[in-house]
Design a protein around this ligand. Structure first.
Ligand code: C2O
Length: 565
């Protein structure tokens, strides 16, 4: 029997590792997954009306097209025109991003300077009046998102899901509700199509910043309501890929690989609990109107989500299509199911307590985006509209959170704490060697401005290890891990306290200047880590950078400790 799981989220039984530690685990089984998903995804429109896949047509046209920007409507005259904030309630210096310009939309590209130019612009935005977002009426039934692996056992639901998907795929490609257009929404917001409406010389990017979570929640909201309206079912809800629970990441009764599962849980713990005590670290850097588009180095919520993109992307495709590149990710239905889990974990994070709140910054709350809704109306929606899932009529079925208690344990050396910081081994690189190209395992001593912090000091501010000036090419997969006071010859994995975090770049376009290189940083909250390895009273820590995968060079500017309140 075809289950939903086997249609949209079926890791082969041997690969229930969604946060693979080693490159070989990352790449080997992907081909099978892709073939399985593509061949079993019985919701293409082709079979029913003989139309060919619109994505193929667009790619062919794009490849043939000369490289050029497409300016829609009256846009050209608006370049550089205005930097005015018109919201009458804004403070004098407020600068929320006022969505994409409706008048300018460029061809997108999988990577800067790439000859492949892709049309990702939505239909007819120029000159069109947008409507302000309306909350669903409280009398509407709730939409309850269920885990895909359980929803797949509900035959009626599976039929609904397939029918809704089929209808969406069979809408004419120019219909903003069609799957073709829905998939392009992601591309347009991530791969260089849009410019900020108040700063048309600056691109708009919804990854790598505090906009990551709210933007994707909005996207899911409209996508889900369109699907529901196509089958006249106001209760229709997307399923979520429950990859943070072993049941959601497994399709057979095979015994899970316990080591891999435990590493995965420990990683989720790091990115949701120990490394995500404050909102800046969880949501990502602030991004306001007039700022250049951010590149790389999002918050832990985003880093948590990156690996599943690469894992489900095609490793034999030129640009990792579909899921392994932001321009094409929306073409794979698993994208939406994956993002439902990311969205659900945003709610879970807020229930963990401590200082885990949403931002209340004016610019954040008033940042707006444009989407087409189920009536094909163009809607302007703000971040403040989506902070309360209840108000959106949305609920997630409760699931156990097994990673909640996966606090890593220190290695024997640190448990005994007989070693001094200098005795963890390996050659130590001098800070003066930075910036350096990270080609091999590299260890450096990082001074701590404060030691022996009291409980009060710790609750006032977290201790953050910052890897600064990470410079790489945006279209290259780059991955490295960071461990503290650990044996550089045998660095710990996520199940040990010494593991501080990892950096992973998903190929993307970061600016609108056609340059390939960008500079970013990595922030890791190590407050709890230092307690666990008994290093709270040390003047310095020994930090080791462990390269895992590089399709291109990565330079590291330096390392330092910062405090974040
Ligand atoms: Cu917009 Cu999972 O990415």
């Amino acid at each position: 029997m075809a289950s939903l799981t086997s249609l949209i989220s079926s890791p082969p039984s041997s690969t229930n590792n969604i946060f693979p530690k080693r490159t070989s685990q990352l790449s080997a089984p992907i081909g099978r997954l892709q073939t399985l998903r593509k061949s079993q995804l019985a919701v293409t429109c082709k079979s029913s009306n003989g139309r060919s896949d619109p994505f193929d047509e667009v790619l062919a046209a794009a490849a043939a097209a000369s490289r050029r920007d497409v300016l829609l409507g009256l846009g050209a005259g608006l370049y550089g025109a205005g930097a005015f904030v018109t919201d009458p309630f804004s403070a004098a210096f407020a600068r929320p991003i006022d969505g994409p310009s409706q008048d300018v939309c460029k061809l997108a590209t999988p990577s800067p300077g790439n000859p492949l130019q892709i049309e990702c612009c939505p239909p007819a935005m120029a000159g069109r009046e947008s409507k302000p977002f309306q909350f669903p009426s409280p009398s509407e039934p709730k939409r309850i998102r269920r885990p895909a692996h359980l929803a797949s056992q509900d035959k009626e639901y599976v039929e609904k899901y397939k029918l809704a998907m089929k209808r969406m795929k069979c809408l004419p490609p120019e219909d903003p509700r069609s799957f073709f257009q829905q998939a392009k929404v992601h591309c347009a917001y991530c791969n260089g199509s849009y410019v900020q409406s108040s700063h048309t010389n600056l691109g708009l990017q919804i990854h790598f910043s505090w906009l990551f979570l709210p933007f994707h929640r909005m996207y899911l909201h409209f996508y889900e309501r369109i699907l529901g309206s196509l089958i006249q079912d106001p209760t229709f809800a997307l399923p979520f890929w429950n990859w943070d629970h072993e049941d959601g990441d497994r399709v057979t009764e095979d015994k899970p690989f316990e080591r891999i599962r435990d590493d995965n849980y420990a990683r989720v713990y790091e990115l949701m609990v120990s490394g995500a005590q404050r909102r800046l670290e969880f949501f990502g850097p602030k991004y306001r109107a007039g700022d250049p588009p951010p590149a790389g180095g999002g918050g832990t919520s985003e880093r948590l989500h990156n690996m599943a993109h690469l894992w489900t992307g095609g490793h034999n495709q030129q640009f990792g299509e579909d899921m392994g590149n932001f321009y094409s990710a929306g073409r794979d239905p698993i994208f939406y199911v994956h993002h439902c889990n990311v969205d659900r974990l945003w709610n879970v994070w807020k229930t963990i307590g401590g200082f885990r709140f949403d931002f209340d910054d004016y610019d954040y709350l008033n940042t707006s985006f444009l989407f087409y809704d189920e009536n094909s109306d163009l809607i302007k929606i703000k971040v403040k509209d989506v902070l309360d899932p209840q108000a959106l009529g949305l609920e997630y079925e409760d699931r156990p959170i097994p990673w909640r208690n996966s606090r890593p344990v220190p290695t024997a050396a640190n448990a005994a704490r007989t070693a001094t910081a200098a005795a963890f081994g390996g050659p130590i690189t001098s800070p003066s060697a930075f910036p350096l190209v990270l080609e091999k395992v590299t260890t450096v001593m990082v001074p701590r401005p404060k030691k022996g912090r009291t409980a009060k000091e710790k609750s006032a501010a977290s201790e953050i290890l910052v890897v600064e000036g990470i410079e790489l090419e945006g279209d290259k997969v780059v991955q490295f891990e960071v461990v503290i006071n650990d044996d550089p010859d045998n660095p710990s994995g996520p199940s040990n306290s010494e593991f501080a975090g990892s950096f992973l770049n998903i190929p993307h376009v970061h600016g609108n200047n056609g340059h390939n290189k960008f500079v970013t940083g990595l922030r890791m909250d190590i407050t709890e880590l230092l307690e666990d390895i008994g290093a709270e009273n040390d003047d310095q820590i020994q930090v080791t950078l462990v390269p895992k995968k590089s399709d291109g060079p990565v330079t590291i500017g330096g390392l330092k400790i910062e405090y974040s309140s």
